[in-house]
Ligand binder design. Structure first.
Ligand SMILES: *[C@@H]1O[C@H](CO)[C@@H](O)[C@H](O)[C@H]1NC(C)=O
Ligand SMILES: *[C@@H]1O[C@H](CO)[C@@H](O)[C@H](O)[C@H]1NC(C)=O
Length: 293
């Protein structure tokens, strides 16, 4: 009988594992005293669905009250398609559940889509800052310093946000008012294993949860525990639908990407803690003269 055959059992086990989404520690983005307001900071239209979809969907699943915002620093005009790509981004963010009014795309002369240019941290900090302040953002999610695909525009983003955080007047690295999280770039060998990645990641997460359950003190002591979001089939499908909104980008190699890339299924995160500026730099930046005695 099929139900008792080993291949049948294996297939249904694999299918169940693929079907269900899973996450680990994703509440580090939302565990704040104020209401959670999370900003996804990207460099180009399509970053949001090619790299960050598992996390966007996991946060909405886990904490429907969390407000998610999206700021894309360029229109992706390297091939002159900026106007088209800007519209495509709207369609993709509709699919990913980030409504109009919580999403912006910039076209700044010093932050243009260019595969050979690093963006200046101070410029990034300057353009991002008003969005953080106006919408009382508590967490920024962006790339890490390897930028997933080593694109220098991606790589520039965490440095820009770190610069912004350490320049906030109330910044204190032991009680940060704004937290920065980076999407971890995995080694190339793990990058394109497609549907195998959620299976392996879920196994890893299950083991982590098991170890934490056995040893809760150690779990609490561990600094900046990485967080992870793993998509199920439904979430993967949503990411694909969002990707299809970027029709100008869907050349054949992108189809290969969406079929095999790990980031369509799995996101892992680490917190970046910018250093607290020294008293001298603070004094140097403070325009008010010290009180006279
Ligand atoms: C990218 O930057 C390089 C170096 O600054 C420049 O030569 C090139 O024209 C730029 N490409 C585009 C598409 O703007
Ligand atoms: C930062 O916050 C911690 C805990 O609230 C406090 O003990 C420390 O004095 C603060 N440091 C600065 C530089 O404000």
């Amino acid at each position: 009988m099929f139900a008792f055959s080993l291949p049948g059992l294996l297939v249904s086990l694999l299918f169940t594992l693929l079907l269900r989404p899973s996450s680990y520690n994703i509440d580090i983005f939302t565990s704040t005293e104020a209401s959670p307001r999370i900003l996804l900071l990207t460099a180009h239209p399509d970053d949001e669905c090619m790299f960050f979809a598992p996390t966007l969907l996991a946060i909405q699943r886990q904490d429907p009250a969390a407000e998610i915002y999206s700021l894309c620093l360029s229109v992706g005009d390297a091939d002159g398609l900026g106007d088209v790509r800007k519209k495509e981004l709207e369609g993709s963010l509709d699919v990913l559940g980030i409504p109009a009014g919580r999403r912006w795309v910039l076209n700044h002369p010093q932050l243009q889509d260019n595969i050979s240019v690093y963006w200046d941290a101070e410029v990034i900090a300057g353009v991002v800052r008003p969005y953080i302040v106006e919408h009382a953002i508590n967490s920024v999610l962006t790339f890490d310093t390897q930028g997933i695909s080593s694109h220098p525009n991606h790589i520039s983003l965490p440095g820009g946000v770190a610069h912004l955080i350490s320049s906030l007047p109330e910044h204190n690295s032991s009680t940060p008012s704004l937290r920065l999280f980076s999407l971890i770039t995995v080694p190339l060998a793990q990058k394109y294993i497609g549907p195998l990645s959620p299976l392996l990641a879920k196994l890893d997460l299950t083991l982590n949860k098991f170890i934490d359950a056995l040893n809760p003190t150690e779990a609490e002591l561990r600094p900046a525990v990485p967080a992870a979001a793993v998509s199920g089939l439904l979430e993967y499908r949503t990411a694909l639908v969002a990707m299809q909104k970027h029709w100008s980008q869907l050349v054949w190699f992108r189809w290969l990407y969406v079929s095999f890339s790990r980031y369509m299924w799995v996101n892992e995160w680490r917190e970046v803690i910018p250093s607290t500026p020294t008293a001298q730099t603070l004094a140097a930046e403070d325009p008010t003269p010290p009180p006279k005695r």
